[in-house]
Design a binder for this molecule. Structure first.
Ligand SMILES: [Zn+2]
Length: 65
């Protein structure tokens, strides 16, 4: 079974919501070295927004910061 959790070797954003009644969990690892995890729908939403705004594809310079 593949481990979907991002790692420094495979940076990315992963969100999981096992069931409608379970809180979402998320983890993010950026190629710049930033890492974050969140539990709960609101926290995961904030994590995703923060990651997409400041990390991942937002690193237009290629991740030098
Ligand atoms: Zn970053």
């Amino acid at each position: 079974m593949a481990d979907l959790t991002p790692t420094p070797d495979r940076p990315g954003l992963h969100v999981s919501k096992p069931s409608p009644n379970a809180p979402a969990t998320g983890s993010a690892v950026c190629h710049c070295g930033a890492t974050a995890t969140a539990t709960g729908d609101a926290q995961v939403k904030a994590l995703v927004e923060g990651y997409t705004a400041n990390h991942g594809a937002a690193h237009h310079d290629g991740g030098r910061r």
